[in-house]
Design a protein around this ligand. Structure first.
Ligand SMILES: NC(=O)c1ccc[n+]([C@@H]2O[C@H](COP(=O)([O-])OP(=O)(O)OC[C@H]3O[C@@H](n4cnc5c(N)ncnc54)[C@H](OP(=O)(O)O)[C@@H]3O)[C@@H](O)[C@H]2O)c1
Length: 284
């Protein structure tokens, strides 16, 4: 699989999003483990998770523990895999999402995530979502302290505007490693943040890169140009969407979610799908 080297790290050009394995509609544990193993066998070396990827109130860290279990039971070298997690977005267990950008909470949450992932230091840790009740600089300040304390190796922000990216990079002394924002054929409003990351050499991880759990399957029907290019290459429209994202910039690393091995095996092939300039122009 094609790799992407950004700042001090190199990962597979396609990652695996862990959310569908732990929230509503999640599969049985064995299927989830098989999905993670299928990703690793396909060459995926980047897995995205969050402490909030769980269903019920008492299950914080469900997805992190699942990934840790899958990695420890895998025959390959787990040290090659960048596992990224996040804090600051919570699920009380009633189907809603809440926010907590309090630095004390974020620091405690990161330490718990390290325990749940079974690692001494988290390879990449994101502040999940801005909290209007807490100044952004204070939340990012927790990342600065977590780096200094060695709890995390790299810091990222998610759901961030261009202004927030600039502020976070400044507070982190130019060491903001990654930005994770929503971006897909159906959701392009964040293209300014993708471009800002490209200018600064910061990794840009599109979340819901296929349009989200509920829309991912219908991508080809809703987006005719993606369907046409897919037919020409004899591949799925989902692969075309991911290859189109990769072509948007050398620091882009999509993280398609999956709850079945077949989904991530198909998505992983997007890393090696080359689209022509004419095709990319048709996709916009
Ligand atoms: N930072 C944030 O605020 C935020 C928010 C949302 C998500 N995320 C992260 O981003 C990741 C991806 O987003 P997402 O999971 O919401 O949406 P997504 O990646 O757009 O769609 C996920 C769904 O796509 C299906 N799929 C994957 N590859 C496919 C293929 N090649 N062909 C057909 N279907 C395919 C999967 O189906 P099956 O389930 O049937 O395998 C899965 O349920 C998440 O898992 C999570 O790690 C972050």
């Amino acid at each position: 699989m094609q790799q992407r080297a950004i700042a001090d790290f190199t990962v597979s050009a396609i990652g695996l999003g862990g959310m569908p394995m732990s929230i509503e509609g999640r599969p049985e544990r064995d299927q989830a483990i098989a999905t993670i193993h299928a990703a690793l066998e396909a060459g995926v070396r980047h897995i995205d998770t969050a402490n909030s990827y769980h269903l019920l109130a008492g299950e914080v860290g469900h997805n992190e523990r699942l990934i840790a279990e899958a990695l420890s039971g895998w025959g390959g070298d787990a040290s090659e895999v960048l596992v990224a997690t996040k804090g600051g977005h919570l699920r009380p267990g009633d189907g809603t999402w809440t926010r907590n950008g309090d630095p004390a909470y974020l620091k405690q949450a990161a330490k718990q995530s390290a325990l749940d992932l079974g690692v001494e230091a988290i390879g990449l840790y994101y502040f999940h979502r801005p909290d209007p009740a807490v100044p952004y600089a204070e939340s990012v300040g927790a990342l600065v302290e977590l780096l200094a304390e060695g709890v995390i190796v790299r810091a990222g922000v998610s759901n961030a505007s261009v202004e927030q990216i600039k502020l976070a990079d400044e507070l982190l002394d130019g060491k903001l490693a990654a930005v994770q924002n929503q971006y897909s054929p159906a959701y392009r409003q964040t293209e300014d943040t993708l471009e800002e990351c490209q200018r600064r050499g910061i990794a840009f991880m599109p979340w819901s890169p296929l349009g989200g759990i509920r829309s991912a399957k219908s991508l080809g029907d809703d987006f005719a140009p993606f369907h046409a290019v897919a037919a020409a290459h004899g591949v799925s429209p989902q692969q075309v969407a991911l290859a189109w994202e990769l072509a948007k910039g050398s620091t882009v690393i999509p993280i398609p979610g999956a709850s079945k091995p077949a989904s991530i095996i198909d998505s992983a092939q997007a890393a090696d799908l080359v689209l022509t300039a004419e095709e990319l122009a048709a996709l916009g």
